[in-house]
Write a protein that binds this ligand. Sequence first.
Ligand SMILES: C[S@@+](CC[C@H](N)C(=O)[O-])C[C@H]1O[C@@H](n2cnc3c(N)ncnc32)[C@H](O)[C@@H]1O
Length: 392
Amino acid sequence: MNDTKNVTEFVRLLVKSISKKTFQQARLYNKRNKAYAISQLRARPVKIKEGYKISVISRTDTQDFTKNYTEEEFIEHVKEQLTEHFFIAEFLTNQYKYFLTIYPNGKSKLRHKVSDQKTSLSLEHNAIKNRFIKAENNEYLRLLNITGANYTVKNKSQDKFKQINKYVEIIHDILKKKNLEDGAKIVDMGSGKGYLTFALYDYFQTYRKQTPLITGIEMRPELVNQCNEIAQKCGYDMLRFKCKMIQEVEDDAIDMLIALHACDTATDDAIFKGIKANAKIILCAPCCHKQVRKRMNPTNIMAKISEHGILKERQAEILTDTIRAMILEAHGYKTRVFEFISTSHTPKNVLIVGLQEESRKEPDLNKMKEIQTLKDMWGISFHYLERLVQNN
Ligand SMILES: C[S@@+](CC[C@H](N)C(=O)[O-])C[C@H]1O[C@@H](n2cnc3c(N)ncnc32)[C@H](O)[C@@H]1O
């Protein structure tokens, strides 16, 4: 005997939670017929340009398909899928979790329990988190081994994927303050395996509908070849990788310079190239900071720091990046230094962002004097970036 009472009640509760905006997520699974290609549906609310929608991912063995529904369309979809394709459905509100099980004989059971997810998910946050780089059907992510054959992010790549999205999110915010024209030239120095370089190209093409020329500079030929092959396979005509030392780059047409975790003074070489090229945006995430640590020998009370290796190391990092920020300021860049991602994802999480406010041929001498004062205080014989700009 068919028992539709529980199904009707489940749908009523779902409608209510959606209309009250307490709906968090839903899942339909355990398919009725093995031949049905979709193994499960996952749904969550999203706030997009068109307003509040329910985003549904239909998962098959090889691929995920995403479609956004209005509330009414979503409810109709759930009803249809429940009666024709799945035995189990569950959904979560900010208070309860509801489970509906339909048995092959037509009977059903509806249960609920208090949800342990106390706080409601922020739609805005969800939207931002998932807005820019999507795993689904993104071939370069699969070729870079971030996703598997079915385009889902591999477990071991979850952190990398979060980092990529976070970087792109930051770049998105930067571009709100400093726009780049069509045809802009972006250089990623020390591009490594190209994760961010590809993601940036994807973001510009998919989200901004722009195709800047993006060049990755990398000294390891095997990485350069691999990235160029992937770019070609994806048809990314305006993305290319060059096997070069950062120091050897002679490009003076750079609108945005990026250097993420380029080792030690390679970050300075990259910043210097950006300043020289009059880049509008300079963005770098410094990596190891050996240069200043080796040149830091304070003779005053600051010498106490040398008694503790770890403290000297941290202080050297702070001074290295402070001086980098000051040099950018002296060259007309409004500069911000901040942590961009939780230390649980990477300990290398400081970002220096310089936005050009004025184009300067010569640095502001007062600001350069301040750097000297700081160096004297900490007994720093030289800072690599300062030397580069002074010898220019
Ligand atoms: C830690 S990896 C970071 C890669 C990439 N930017 C990322 O964040 O995923 C640093 C990369 O910079 C490259 N690199 C370091 N110094 C360089 C230099 N002076 N010129 C060119 N490439 C350099 C290294 O070979 C390496 O692939």
